[in-house]
Ligand binder design. Structure first.
Ligand SMILES: [Zn+2]
Length: 328
């Protein structure tokens, strides 16, 4: 598990930090609390922030830097759509300085936030300029089977905004603004960190623009409908085999429909994704003679991921797209 050792050790250290802080008993702006914190006057312990799943964790870590410890509710390798929270995690929401969520993506998180009413919450959906489902992807018929299970509002919006680097950059600015409100003393650092991340995301956007400018095909057939924003940004025709939530099994009718479409369009590559069994993509590929490549919706990073972080995985996605769509 090379990727989250930092947050683990931080968690382990947290009770000690809290004990020290409560012994110190100083007020917020106190100088020199003696807890061995950073130089530079602030001396305050880092904020405790909880992010609901990987893209928000990465964003918050990058923007907060050393000024916050960011814990994540969705373990690497777990499908964020289906996450369930432990009592400890639910309690953590109540004690965190800030909770960063994407309302509508994770029913269990939405429920726990409503229950705990954290001190400060940022719903990134407000900043992400979410598109209605029909706007972000071309193919949306009855296979987007809204919320039959638990009656919560799956929303008419596509949650996967982070797969558009520029929307993700807007979200970075929103995180910085919220952190600056919660912790005004470090506002300058948050804004500077966000600016650096936005610059990286703008570079990434340029790579996608150039890399996908000239391709033999622009039809992207994927397993779950995560890539609508990517398609919207880079003018790709995204066809999702299953619905917006990866668990929904496609009906035989839907499979037949996609298979026919793949034949009609002459699609040569079906994209599958790491957290899902490859069966669905392989079924369509075998029927049509297409090959299978991996496109990662960056809903979690683990050992099997094609990159160490959001930027790395997105670059691997670009390489896969260039390969599968035969881009020059
Ligand atoms: Zn998803």
């Amino acid at each position: 598990m090379p990727y989250h050792p930092r947050s683990r050790s931080v968690l382990a250290a947290l009770p000690l930090a809290l004990v020290l802080a409560s012994c110190g008993g100083g007020a917020d702006g106190d100088t020199g609390t003696g807890t061995g914190a950073t130089s530079g006057g602030a001396g305050a312990e880092p904020l405790s922030v909880v992010a609901s799943f990987y893209p928000l964790q990465y964003l918050t870590q990058q923007v907060a830097g050393e000024h916050a410890e960011v814990d994540v509710l969705t373990s690497p390798g777990v499908d964020p759509h289906e996450v369930e929270l432990s009592p400890r995690q639910i309690a953590e929401l109540g004690s965190a300085d800030l909770v960063v969520v994407l309302a509508g993506l994770q029913p269990a998180v939405d429920e726990a936030v409503a229950q705990q009413s954290p001190q400060h919450t940022l719903d990134i959906a407000d900043a992400a300029d979410l598109l209605a489902l029909g706007e972000s992807t071309v193919e949306h018929d009855e296979h987007v089977d809204a919320g039959a299970d638990d009656g919560h509002d799956h929303g008419a919006e596509d949650p996967h905004f982070w797969l558009d680097p520029l929307r993700y950059a807007d979200a970075a600015d929103a995180v910085a603004a919220r952190l600056a409100e919660v912790d005004p003393e470090n506002a300058d650092a948050y804004l500077a960190n966000a600016e650096a991340l936005v610059a990286e995301l703008t570079t990434l956007d340029g790579e996608f623009q150039r890399g996908l400018a000239t391709c033999e095909t622009r039809d992207v057939v994927t397993t779950h409908e995560a890539f609508g924003y990517l398609g919207h940004r880079y003018d790709l025709n995204v066809i999702g085999i299953t619905g917006i939530s990866p668990e929904s099994e496609p009906s035989p009718a839907r499979l037949a429909e996609v298979t026919a479409q793949v034949r009609d369009l002459g699609v040569g590559t079906i994209f599958t994704e790491p957290l899902l069994p490859p069966g669905i993509a392989e079924t369509v590929a075998q029927e049509t003679g297409a090959s299978v490549l991996t496109l990662d919706p960056v809903e979690g990073i683990n050992d099997a991921s094609a990159g160490a972080d959001y930027l790395g995985v997105m670059r691997a996605n670009l390489a896969a797209l260039r390969d599968g769509l035969v881009c020059s």
